[in-house]
Write a protein that binds this ligand. Structure first.
Ligand code: FE2
Length: 295
C-alpha cells in the first residue's frame, strides 16, 4: 500500500471556497472510495485570546475529549466555566461551521441530509494514554458507536491540527473496508434474540440496534482484539502537521491515531441515499457479504 492509495490531496483551498471544478470532481468520489482527503495548508485560525485553550487542563479527563453539542450549545468534559467556557464553545462551534462549509462546498450533494453531530477538542496526548484494548484507538479500527445505533447512516469526520508547536498528529490507515470485512465478518456472532430490545429498554442504546450496528461493533471489537492482525495488517503511516486539515469516512477507512495532541474534530452523519455511490456504503458491502438485509 502507498500513500496515494489512501490519500487525496488538495492545496490552496479555503474553508468556504471558492472550490475549483477540479477539486469537486475528485473530492466526493475519493471520499466514498474510503480515501482520506488531505488539506496540508488549510489551517483553523485562532482568534486573539483563544490560545489559552491550548492546554490539556481544559479537559476534566473524564472522557477522551472536550465535546460541544451544536443542538444544545453545551460543552462537556471541561474544567472551564463561565465566560471561558462560552469562549471555547464558540471556538468549537466556529470550527464545526467551517468544517460543514468545506464538506458541502466540495460535495454539494451532501448539503441536504447532512447532520452535524458533536464537535470535539482533543487536547490530551494520545501516545501513552492508558486505555482498555477495546477503547484503544491506536489499534486499526472502523468507527462504530456502542450507544448510538446508526442503521447504516455514514460517519464522516473532519479534523484539524491546532497544536501551537510542531507536534505532528500521527495516523495509520489500513486496508480497504471490503478486505477487512471479508476477514472478520465470519468471526462476528449474531446477538441473542431480544438483545437489541433489551439494550434499548435499559437505556444503554439511544434507539434500537439494527443487525448492521451489531456487525459494525463486532468488526470494531474483533479487529482491535486480534493482536496478529494489529501487528501484521497492511497500513500506510501518515503525519498531519499543525495547520493541516483532513476528512475521512471513519466507518469505512480503517484508521488508528498513534500520537499527537490539540486536534479539533467535527462528526457528521449522512443517510446513504445522499451518497454519490450508495453501493459503496459499509451497509451495502456487509449486506452483500452477509447475503441478507441488515436494517
Ligand atoms: Fe476512530
Amino acid at each position: 500500500m502507498q500513500v496515494s492509495d489512501v490519500v487525496e490531496e488538495f492545496r490552496g483551498l479555503d474553508w468556504d471556497g471558492p472550490f475549483p471544478k477540479e477539486a469537486l470532481a475528485r473530492a466526493g468520489d475519493a471520499l466514498e472510495a474510503g480515501k482520506l482527503l488531505y488539506f496540508p495548508d488549510l489551517a483553523f485560525r485562532l482568534l486573539p485570546g483563544e490560545e489559552i485553550f491550548l492546554d490539556d487542563a481544559v479537559s476534566d479527563h473524564s472522557r477522551k475529549n472536550v465535546s460541544f453539542d451544536p443542538i444544545t450549545g453545551q460543552l462537556g468534559a471541561t474544567t472551564l466555566a463561565g465566560a471561558e467556557e462560552k469562549k471555547l464553545a464558540a471556538m468549537l462551534d466556529r470550527f464545526g461551521r467551517q468544517a460543514r462549509a468545506l464538506l458541502v462546498g466540495l460535495v454539494p450533494n451532501y448539503e441536504i441530509g447532512l447532520e452535524r453531530a458533536r464537535t470535539s477538542f482533543r487536547p490530551v496526548e494520545i501516545a501513552g494514554r492508558p486505555t482498555s484494548p477495546r477503547h484503544d484507538d491506536k489499534r486499526l479500527h472502523v468507527d462504530a458507536f456502542p450507544t448510538r445505533p446508526m442503521h447504516g447512516k455514514r460517519i464522516l469526520r473532519v479534523f484539524t491540527n491546532i497544536a501551537p508547536n510542531d507536534a505532528v498528529r500521527r495516523w495509520e490507515i489500513g486496508e480497504p473496508f471490503t478486505d477487512f470485512a471479508e476477514k472478520f465478518l465470519p468471526r462476528v456472532h449474531n446477538p441473542f434474540p431480544g438483545t437489541a430490545w433489551f439494550l434499548e429498554r435499559i437505556g444503554l442504546t439511544k434507539g434500537r440496534r439494527s443487525p448492521y450496528d451489531f456487525l459494525m461493533l463486532g468488526l470494531h471489537d474483533k479487529g482491535k482484539l486480534d493482536l496478529a492482525y494489529q501487528r501484521e495488517a497492511p497500513r500506510v503511516k501518515l503525519g498531519f502537521p499543525p495547520g493541516a486539515t483532513w476528512m475521512v469516512y471513519t466507518d469505512q477507512a480503517l484508521h488508528a491515531a498513534m500520537s499527537g495532541r490539540f486536534a479539533l474534530e467535527q462528526t457528521f452523519h449522512l443517510p446513504i441515499e445522499r451518497m454519490l455511490h450508495p453501493e459503496r456504503a459499509p451497509l451495502r458491502v456487509l449486506e452483500r457479504l452477509a447475503g441478507r438485509p441488515l436494517v
